[in-house]
Every structure is written in structure tokens, then in C-alpha cells.
Design a protein around this ligand. Structure first.
Ligand SMILES: [Zn+2]
Length: 519
């Protein structure tokens, strides 16, 4: 059954134009497989005419089977005054061996005359020839109308003529592109409706986010009859990025209530978003709508109380529908409700009547006053609650430690020594590292590994330092946030001290203790 709206992903082509993104061929293949498994309809793999890496990607992709998605190669209409058969860039599009080919062509006379340096008639011929040639070779052809909205505003008649040239030549989809990303939703709706009145083929929309309206513009087009939307995961792309599919997909499914990806995929949206960030080597944006860590986070006593009573009252959807979850932020603003809800979320059977609640609240406030911050350090918070609730001894103690650094003309060496006590046994280890924290981390792990071999997989994945403002008469304090992973889950821990090494050790100890507590 055809969905109401088809999703066309261009993370691997338009998205890879974004600053700081550099996908290898292997990365591209992994992303493509993930997008296919998620149930997207089209995956644009690259522009074979623009670089050898994309040619290599298509060569390797030919040997893979995609379950749902159809792979698309991207390119442009033929060059001016060149016979289609002798255009190398078009030949490479065929050689990519994809079922779908997407080509872009000019809508805007300004571009035709000033940038291409050709006549309006030759531009129409370039569009028609290229679409026809690809259709003759059995391709499903998507025509991307570059600068569709700016072109239409300049000369509606000519803009329509270019789109009709593509349709008459057999294009399966004509996609209107807001290439400069500066259009408003009402303009996009009006011009898309005009195209819909003239064309019989499926209409697509491709927007950019230059004025923060990439997603809004795509939805505006879908509401007036476009049925195909192009964008990128997490909104990657040049300048401020492309239309963010991570927002478009749930908006189409849950707000416009149209069918697009398989219903079961929606709950994997957050995972997909994180996966692509991981491959691109970006930190996942906590403020990203729908899938960010703070998208359903609540802070402030009154409000949290209400969320707890009626989730619907403060949340536009159930976070689980997009694979996200409700989080309660613990902060100075927090009342008892926050702590109770947070503790329950962390798996502790706490209610408003738990006698230890007062002590837990008191301890959190005390630590926050010293500069601790638990929002990104839920593991440290879980340990704190556990200690007060269960009155247990910690699994290990650091008796003493020592860090030293030496530098001569050849090299610099940092060394850490740690003496750890587990029950009545003691381990004493020394390790070198790239820096003091790395050395300390290695020494601590080496000492603990003989008692707890399963922490072998646990590793430090991120480390952040912030200098806290000092009040008059006191030394500035340092807050260290550490992120740790065991390959499956990730957790954050925190340490605060005037001394950065001491703060780091606190966070490191929490990180390992949490690993032991969860095993
Ligand atoms: Zn684009």
C-alpha cells in the first residue's frame, strides 16, 4: 500500500555538505542500511559525477539488498549545448546502477541567464532531454526544481514551464526546492498549490532551514497536496541545514495523521537519530525536538506535580511514541515531587511517605549548593539515593592516590598510582596516560579489574570540565562531568572540587561504582 507521504533521505548527499561531516564509504553504507531498516522510501546515496567516493559507494551498494528503500543517485541536467549521449555526468548517473535517479535543473531565469549563461529555451531542452533519456533507460526519475520558489516569485509562467518540461518528458516526481531556504510557509503553500493545479505527477518538497522554517515549509507543502518530502536525519546540511526528517516524520504521522513510515518504526526514531549522530561523530543535541534528551524533561516543583498526575497536561504526545522518555530534572527548583519521580524512574521504590526522602532531598540541595549538577549525572544521583536508602558499604574504596608529571626534551610522561581496598584486600597499581585523568582512570581500572573482571567493557567516552564561579574569598571550584559506556548503555557522573584531579577522581569512582551496581 502506498503511503500518503513518501520520505526521501538525502543525509548522505545534501546532508554531507554540512560543516564537520565527512562520511567514509563504510559510514555511508552503514547509514543506508539503517535508513532502509527504519523504513524510509528513498535513500539518496550521493552524486557520482562529483566525486570518486560516491562512485565507490554505488559500486558497493549494488552488491547489497535493500528491503524497502530504493536507492537514488543524484546529478544535474545535461550541460548546455551538449548532446545527452555525450554528457559524462549523465553517463555516470546510469552507471551508478540505482533504480532511482534524481536530477536537478533550473527554475529561476536569473540563474538560467546569469549562472548557466544560456537561453530560457535551452534550459527547457536540457530538462526535457535529461528526464527523457533517463526514462528511456528504465529509471524512476525525480526532478528537483532548484530555486523553485524564488524562480516562481520572479516569473511564474517560466517556472511552471520548467516543471511541465520535466513532467512531459516523463518525470515521476517533480520536487519543488527552496534552495536558499528563505521562503515563508504561506508562500510555499501558495506556490505548491499552483504547481498542483498544473501538474498531474506526484509533487515533492525539498527545503532548507536558513530562517528556521525548514520543517514548517515542508509541512506547508504537504498540507496542500505534496506527497513526497526530502530532508536529512537531524537536519544535517549546508549552512543551517536541511529540513529535519527527525521532526518531519513524527509531524506527518502524529500531527497531520498521514501514513508515511511503518507504524512500528516511529518508536525507533530517537535511536535512528542517535545512530546517525554517532556515525557523523556529533554529540546528540539534547534540545532537538521530539528526540532530544530534554524534549520531554520537566523542571520546577508545581509543574512536575502536574505531569505526574496527568502526563497529558504538559506533554504534546506520549514520549514513548518516538522512542523518547519523560525525564525529571533535579535542581534547586526541585520539590519533593521531582525527587520522588526521579527516584522511581531510576528504579527505587520511593513514595512521598518514604522516611529517607527528607535526608535525600537535604543531601541533593547541599551538593547542588557546592556546584554539583545532576541533570547530566544521573548515575551519581542514583548512587546517592542508594547510599541513603540502603545503608550499604561501597564496593571499593580508594585509600590513596598519586599523580605526577615529568617532561624532558624528548617527551612528557604522566603517571598515576592508586591504592584500592575491596573488603580486606588491597590492590596497588600504577599506570601511565596521555594526561592526569587518563592515567588515573587507567590505574583505577587496572586495580579494580582483578576484583571485578566484568568492568573490562566499561570505558570513559567523554569528559567535560567547567570552572564554577568563585564567590568572594573562596577558590574557584571545578566541576567534572564524565560519560561512561559499557557498549550498550551510557551514564553520566559528576565530581566537584577546588582541585581538578580530585573532582575527576570522584566522577571516575562514581562511574565504576555505578557499573558495579547495575551488573
Ligand atoms: Zn538541498
Amino acid at each position: 500500500m502506498k503511503p500518503d507521504v513518501e520520505i526521501y533521505d538525502t543525509t548522505l548527499r545534501d546532508g554531507s555538505q554540512g560543516e564537520g561531516i565527512n562520511f567514509s564509504v563504510a559510514d555511508k553504507l552503514r547509514v543506508a542500511e539503517k535508513l532502509d531498516a527504519f523504513g524510509l522510501h528513498y535513500i539518496e546515496g550521493g552524486w557520482p559525477g562529483s566525486n570518486p567516493k560516491d562512485i565507490e559507494f554505488f559500486a558497493q551498494a549494488k552488491r547489497r539488498r535493500f528491503k524497502r528503500a530504493r536507492l537514488a543517485a543524484f546529478g544535474s541536467t545535461r550541460r548546455k549545448q551538449v548532446a545527452i549521449e555525450s554528457d559524462d555526468q549523465v553517463r555516470l548517473l546510469l552507471e551508478a546502477g540505482t533504480p532511482v535517479v534524481t536530477i536537478f535543473g533550473k527554475t529561476w531565469l536569473l540563474h538560467v541567464q546569469e549562472v548557466l549563461g544560456t537561453t530560457p529555451e535551452e534550459n527547457l531542452a536540457m530538462i526535457g532531454d535529461t528526464v527523457r533519456f533517463l526514462k528511456d533507460h528504465g529509471k524512476f526519475v525525480i526532478y528537483d526544481a532548484e530555486h523553485a520558489f524564488d524562480g516562481f516569485k520572479d516569473d511564474p509562467e517560466y517556472a511552471l514551464a520548467t516543471w511541465e518540461a520535466a513532467e512531459h518528458a516523463g518525470a515521476d516526481i517533480v520536487t519543488l526546492c527552496d534552495t536558499n531556504g528563505g521562503s515563508l510557509p504561506a508562500e510555499v503553500a501558495r506556490i505548491t498549490a499552483a504547481a498542483k493545479g498544473k501538474l498531474t505527477c506526484r509533487i515533492g518538497i525539498h527545503t532548507h532551514n536558513d530562517i528556521g522554517l525548514g520543517v514548517a515549509n515542508a509541512l506547508a507543502a504537504l498540507e496542500v497536496g505534496a506527497r513526497h518530502v526530502q530532508g536529512t536525519i537531524n537536519g544535517y546540511g549546508e549552512r543551517t541545514g536541511n529540513c529535519n526528517l527527525t521532526s518531519v516524520i513524527p509531524n506527518v504521522a502524529l500531527k497531520l495523521k498521514k501514513t508515511c513510515v511503518p507504524a512500528s518504526s516511529l518508536a525507533k526514531l530517537r535511536e535512528l537519530s542517535q545512530f546517525v549522530d554517532e556515525i557523523a561523530n556529533f554529540r546528540h543535541d539534547p534540545r532537538q525536538p521530539w528526540v532530544g534528551a530534554t524534549a520531554f524533561a520537566h523542571k520546577g516543583g508545581m509543574h512536575v506535580n502536574a505531569v505526574q498526575k496527568v502526563a497529558r497536561s504538559f506533554e504534546h504526545i506520549d514520549p514513548a511514541r518516538v522512542g523518547n522518555r519523560r525525564r525529571v530534572l533535579v535542581s534547586d527548583l526541585a520539590g519533593r515531587s521531582n525527587i520522588v519521580m526521579k527516584a522511581q524512574e531510576l528504579g527505587f521504590p520511593i513514595t512521598h511517605d518514604t522516611p529517607e526522602l527528607k535526608a535525600i532531598l537535604g543531601r541533593i540541595k547541599e551538593l547542588e549548593h557546592l556546584g554539583y549538577e545532576f541533570e547530566a549525572a544521573e548515575a551519581s544521583l542514583a548512587l546517592l539515593i542508594r547510599k541513603i536508602l540502603k545503608h550499604e558499604e561501597p564496593p571499593f574504596r580508594v585509600d590513596t592516590y598519586h599523580v605526577s608529571m615529568r617532561r624532558d626534551s624528548e617527551e612528557s610522561v604522566v603517571e598515576a598510582t592508586v591504592k584500592v581496598r575491596v573488603g580486606d584486600q588491597v590492590a596497588h597499581t600504577v599506570a601511565e596516560g596521555d594526561g592526569p585523568v587518563n592515567a588515573l582512570d587507567s590505574a583505577l581500572r587496572a586495580a579494580l579489574l582483578r576484583f571485578f573482571p566484568h568492568i573490562k567493557k566499561v570505558r570513559l567516552t567523554d569528559y567535560k570540565v567547567r570552572i564554577l564561579e568563585s564567590s568572594t574569598g573562596t577558590a574557584a571550584r571545578t566541576r567534572v562531568l564524565i560519560e561512561t559506556s559499557d557498549g550498550k548503555d551510557e551514564w553520566g557522573t559528576v565530581g566537584v572540587n577546588e582541585n581538578i584531579i580530585e573532582a575527576s577522581l570522584q566522577a571516575l569512582v562514581d562511574s565504576v561504582e555505578y557499573a558495579l551496581m547495575r551488573k
